[in-house]
Design a protein around this ligand. Structure first.
Ligand SMILES: [Mn+2]
Length: 483
């Protein structure tokens, strides 16, 4: 692969487009009677990417089979792919495991559409890999897995997969590629969605669930907009609204943002800007965020706001119901209803996890040290939400800043999933590096993630060794107080 060792550092958009175009031509050569296996990643972006791919295959009258995976291993791959299947498309995964794919599926014709970092420079004759990183395009924030698949399917269908541009935006938001707007390729896709009347962009208050939750709950649970006496307090939030002349209730229930008059909305925003705690370096515009609204969806459903849609898809993945999420992306009414039920179930699981933590906070399952809390849920919290539990705790006002939160929960296959978070917002701490050093210390397991959220997987029988090494590593890290 000459482009990998190319000295040219500038992004080669033309080259990337060309690779998608010739990949699409190759895929169209597959005989129509063959079943194509689509293997997608089990997160919001992967679910969107799978849906976009399938939508195109349906249009092309192709037979397909679908699998959604959290990760790729040799065992899983040989399990999933049937002997008689010759053609496999990986979406939003594959580039990090190209050698495994090449080894296990050496007699298959493979397409990899991914935006994750490349992990190997080996060229496999049977693999057509399409990845922006091969063309110096930053796949971590210029385009998501869904975006790559969307661009690909536009070549595949002669630009007739346009309606899925909205799902590509949901996927990019799921991968947190929207930070005060999109960049480059994501922006091009957004333009397509806007031009085709699929998405409208509005400035709104930086609350999660702004479309679907009562206003007092937005205030109570906000982690971006902190108002003393209001944030974290139900009665404080209700009183706050009453104090500015907004009745928190409607005739039938609790008022949502959409129920406010323009006047009330202005009053709410002005008071929030006045009363909130201003973090250093932030400005009044920090209370606002872009909302990407799907045109044609009702105001109070989680499919209306792309951010909530992505959360709903994540919850499908986490409860192992990716196919419901894919159905919802394909706009199937029944599947959308099921996806909403799944979101309710997921929230219940989260509440269970938080309750488990509260009940066990003073037992030997929760180790509390000066700068860290180590939680070993074993099999009492489902492993797919252990990271979310850690994230929620890391935002809790009850735990001092600069406290590591390391949590463990067991998978079904005798492995243990680990997540690492930290409270506050300390400078110079990279959680991915921290967890890497623990894993290196025990010389077992694998780790990954970002500076602000990282994780690992180990064999369950190595838990004790891991916990010991964690204490050594975490307690040796001294974080300087911010002044
Ligand atoms: Mn992705």
């Amino acid at each position: 692969m000459e482009h990998l060792i190319s000295a040219v550092e500038t992004p080669d958009y033309e080259g990337f487009n060309q690779s998608l175009k010739s990949g699409a031509e190759l895929l169209l050569q597959i005989p129509k009677n063959k079943t194509i296996r689509v293997i997608g990643h089990l997160d919001a972006d992967g679910i969107c990417a799978s849906a976009i791919m399938i939508n195109a295959l349906i249009k092309l009258n192709r037979k397909y089979a679908l699998t959604t995976l959290p990760t790729i291993t040799e065992e899983i791959l040989s399990d999933v792919v049937e002997d008689n299947e010759e053609h496999i498309i990986f979406v939003d995964l594959g580039s990090g495991n190209i050698d495994t794919v090449g080894k296990v599926l050496s007699n298959k014709k493979i397409f990899v559409l991914d935006h994750h970092q490349l992990h190997s420079t080996t060229n496999y004759e049977n693999i057509t890999q399409m990845n922006p990183h091969m063309y110096n395009i930053d796949g971590s924030n210029e385009i998501s897995g869904s975006g790559v698949v969307f661009m690909f399917t536009q070549y595949l269908t002669d630009n007739k997969n346009t309606e899925m541009s909205r799902i590509a935006i949901v996927g990019a938001i799921g991968d947190i590629q929207e930070r005060d707007g999109f960049k480059k390729l994501n922006n091009d896709i957004l333009d397509i969605a806007i031009k085709n009347n699929l998405i409208e962009v509005r400035k709104g208050l930086k609350f999660f669930g702004v479309q679907t939750k009562p206003i007092y709950k937005l205030l109570q649970y906000s982690s971006d907009i902190i108002i003393p006496g209001v944030t974290g307090s139900e009665s404080g939030s209700i009183h706050f609204l009453q104090s500015i002349g907004i009745d928190p209730k409607t005739k039938n229930g609790w008022k949502k943002i959409a129920d406010l008059t323009e006047d009330e909305k202005k009053r709410l925003i002005a008071t929030i800007i006045m009363k909130r705690v201003v973090k250093s370096g932030s400005s009044s515009s920090d209370v606002f965020t872009n909302s990407y609204l799907l045109i044609g969806e009702l105001d109070d459903v989680p499919f209306r706001d792309a951010k909530e849609f992505a959360t709903l898809l994540n919850s499908c993945g986490r409860l192992n119901k990716a196919s419901i999420g894919i159905g919802a992306c394909l706009n199937d009414k029944k599947m959308k209803e099921m996806a909403m039920q799944n979101l309710t179930d997921y929230r219940k699981e989260l509440v269970n996890a938080l309750n488990w933590y509260k009940d066990n906070a003073n037992t030997d399952r929760v180790i509390k040290k000066k700068n860290c809390i180590i939680i070993n849920a074993e099999d009492e919290v489902i492993p797919t939400i252990i990271g979310t539990l850690g994230s929620i705790l890391s935002k809790s006002q009850d735990i001092p800043p600069n406290t590591f939160i390391l949590s463990l929960a067991r998978n079904h296959d005798d492995t243990t999933k680990i997540s690492l978070r930290i409270t506050g917002n300390p400078d110079g701490i990279n959680l991915k590096e921290v967890i890497e050093s623990i894993i290196q210390k025990i010389n077992h397991g694998s780790s990954g993630g970002h500076s602000f959220a990282a994780g690992a997987v180990i064999d369950t029988d190595k838990e004790e060794e891991f916990l010991k090494a964690s204490l050594d590593v975490l307690e040796s890290i001294i974080i300087e107080e911010k002044i």
